[in-house]
Write a protein that binds this ligand. Structure first.
Ligand code: C2E
Ligand code: MG
Ligand code: MG
Length: 647
């Protein structure tokens, strides 16, 4: 089977004899002569008449009379990327190079050139030729006088050999290139995969391991501690004190840079530990926001963990310069050491978080260690939060109502609904304890809905019972977590519809924390409430956020001055000034002012002098149950006897 020859074979004949040139021409590039005339001209040169040639194979034939000329032609053919497939080289070509020297030159220009030496018996012996040119399969010998079939066959076979070799080499090169491309593709794909894997396990901002990777590593530690009782690990949980304030006042870009710097300092502190031999491994991680965790894998003693905590604590506390701002942040930290009863990563994370929470409660910028006392608190909280989930279904929640009274007319204006939890074993639990728990665990959503419905249903009943009671409204406390829920507004609309109340019958009390948690979403909800005619009251004013700028942006109808200002007002001129300033500012913005926590008559009188619109407090009435509140309404609805609600 013939291997494919892709182009006409290119042959070079180097011979000083012009008749030889003609002979090669007539064999390799025969003119379209009839076979008789061809035979005649062949007979003149060769010792036998022309044998039939393969008229289908023709060659591209070039001729050179001297070795030097042939060498130049070979060089040029290589440069033009059209190399000769083979060359016939005469042995004796005076006065120039002889055949051997010519071939030596040809192979410097084209080492793959197939060569046939045309030689008479009197020329060099084969041994001499081999000695000069070396053993090579590219060299063949054609003895004179030529046999034209031999010439034809040599030209055809050698050219085909070179072409087949070239094709094979090109094919090999193509394969190599394809292979290289494939390797590059595989490498690129594996780089993408590595990146995806990395991104899935690392925090985008700081590039620290994320919760997923941290959890995997803690799981490993838990497994190891089960197999090796002496093995110990620890978790440090830290967050930045007042990070939200920095973020809100200086902007998120600076906040982000601050977090990156904190990550950097944690990393550096771990790298520069002078007791690295005491730790097998460490994983610094960011859980989100300003919460960081460091897993210390394989500590020898609890002291190792405390030392690392101390070092990180100090490193973060050093002054930072971010975008030209000098910032000093402190961290609070909780440390939890491995325990036998840890089964899942959340166990130790929860305890380290509890230690952090506890250390914060004792003041910011501290390191707290999880201990038995905190363990008990955690267990109580866990139990309480699980009980709270069932409290609604079991009917353990109830509402008390505290009157809000006009300080101008002494008339009852509103009731504030205040939730209580009657725990079967622990008795009545204050919302101060369980509302934050409900917010943390998400129970606040159902709890909030229950409070809203219960309060509205109660007001509906009172409206029906006392149609003449004037416009007494219901104030309901709404947590910021509730406010930003998608189904909050639909729930309010539905509650108003089912109870037949108007938006104007309802006040929603929110605290300044709505502005910290999710200001944009909160703002949308507040506007939607306003559109329903519901009044928005800003609760506990003055206790939280330090900026007053939000008062312009949000649609508040009233400000409730926190009781801490009212408390010492009569004794402390400063507080009275503050209350007065709030009153002036509010009336400029067409907001009314409600004073909370009025416990004494002198406070009431002073607030009246300061033109405070409404008030609420034990002096006027404690929060009361529905029955007592109803009695107040009954009294209120007798016009002649209109009195302030009795303490
Ligand atoms: P708040 O909204 O500021 O409610 C007023 C709190 O002050 C009530 O405490 C009330 O009993 C108390 N208080 C009223 N007058 C006086 C007084 O003269 N002196 C003193 N010392 N305290 C007075 P309570 O009922 O313990 O509620 C505490 C907080 O729990 C509420 O503060 C409110 O933020 C939250 N809360 C209560 N019920 C709910 C609710 O249904 N949902 C939500 N999200 N939070 C609620
Ligand atoms: Mg309130
Ligand atoms: Mg309040």
């Amino acid at each position: 089977m013939n291997s494919p020859i892709t182009s006409k074979p290119r042959i070079l004949v180097i011979d000083d004899d012009a008749t030889i040139h003609q002979a090669f021409q007539s064999i390799l590039t025969p003119k379209r002569l009839d076979s008789a005339s061809l035979d005649a001209s062949m007979a003149a040169l060769f010792d036998e008449p022309g044998a039939a040639q393969n008229s289908e194979t023709t060659f591209e034939l070039d001729l050179a009379q001297q070795g030097q000329i042939g060498f130049e032609m070979v060089k040029a053919s290589v440069a033009a990327n059209k190399p000769y497939d083979m060359a016939f080289v005469d042995m004796r070509m005076p006065p120039g190079w002889d055949g051997l020297e010519t071939i030596e030159h040809l192979w410097t220009a084209d080492p793959d050139l197939e060569v046939v030496i045309c030689t008479a018996f009197s020329d060099f012996s084969w041994d001499e030729i081999i000695k000069r040119l070396g053993h090579t399969h590219r060299l063949l010998l054609l003895r004179k006088p030529f046999d034209k079939a031999e010439v034809w066959q040599l030209a055809s076979a050698q050219a085909r050999k070179r072409q087949a070799e070239t094709a094979a080499r090109n094919h090999g090169l193509e394969l190599q290139a394809a292979n290289k491309r494939l390797e590059e593709e595989i490498a690129a794909r594996s780089r993408v995969e590595d990146k995806l894997k990395h991104d899935a396990l690392h925090d985008g901002l700081t590039d620290l391991p994320n919760r997923l990777l941290l959890t995997e590593r803690i799981e490993r530690c838990i497994e190891r501690s089960k197999r090796f009782p002496d093995y110990k690990y620890a978790v440090l949980f830290l967050d930045l004190d007042d990070f939200k304030l920095i973020n809100d006042t200086m902007g998120h870009t600076i906040g982000d840079h601050l977090l990156m710097e904190v990550a950097n300092r944690i990393n550096k502190s771990l790298r520069s530990l002078d007791t690295p031999a005491r730790l097998d491994d460490q994983t610094p991680a960011r859980l989100g926001g300003d919460e960081f965790v460091v897993l210390l894998d394989g500590i020898k003693t609890p002291d190792d963990a405390y030392q690392v905590a101390d070092r990180i604590h100090k490193a973060i506390g050093q002054k930072m310069v971010i975008a030209g701002h000098e910032i000093v942040v402190t961290t609070s930290m909780g440390v939890a050491l491995s325990r036998e009863d840890y089964q899942v990563p959340d166990d130790i994370l929860r305890d380290a978080d509890a230690a952090l929470y506890n250390s914060k409660a004792n003041g910011k910028g501290r390191v707290g260690v999880f201990d038995e006392k905190i363990h008990q608190q955690v267990m109580n909280r866990l139990r309480l939060s699980s009980d709270l989930r069932k409290a609604i279904e079991l009917g353990q929640l109830r509402l008390l109502y505290q009157p809000i009274v006009s300080l101008e007319s002494n008339k009852l204006e509103s009731f504030e609904a205040l939730v209580r939890w009657e725990h079967p074993e622990m008795g009545c639990i204050s919302p101060v304890l369980f509302i934050p728990l409900a917010e943390e665990t998400g129970t606040i959503h159902d709890l909030g809905k229950w409070v809203l419905r219960e309060a509205c249903q109660q007001l509906r009943i009172w409206h029906d019972q006392y149609p003449d009671m004037g416009h007494v409204t219901m104030s309901v406390n709404v947590s910021s977590k509730q406010l930003v829920l998608r189904d909050f507004i639909p729930c309010v609309i539905e509650t108003l519809a089912t109870t037949g109340l108007q938006g104007l019958d309802l006040n929603i009390e929110v605290t300044e924390s709505v502005l910290i948690d999710n200001a944009e979403a909160a703002c949308h909800s507040l506007e939607a409430l306003g559109a329903l005619g519901i009044h928005i009251h800003l609760d506990d004013f003055g206790t939280g956020y330090s900026s007053l700028s939000y008062l312009h942006q949000l649609p508040f109808d009233a400000i409730k001055i926190d009781r801490s200002f009212v408390k010492d007002m009569a004794l402390d001129g400063r507080n009275a000034n503050i209350v007065q300033a709030i009153q002036v500012m509010a009336s400029n913005r067409h907001m009314s002012v409600i004073a909370e926590g009025i416990e004494r008559v002198d406070q009431l009188v002073q607030l009246q002098t300061l033109d405070c619109n409404s008030g609420q407090g034990y002096y006027l009435s404690r929060p009361v149950d529905a029955k007592t509140a109803q009695a107040m309404l009954a009294k209120e609805s007798q016009p002649a006897e209109a009195q302030p609600a009795a303490a």
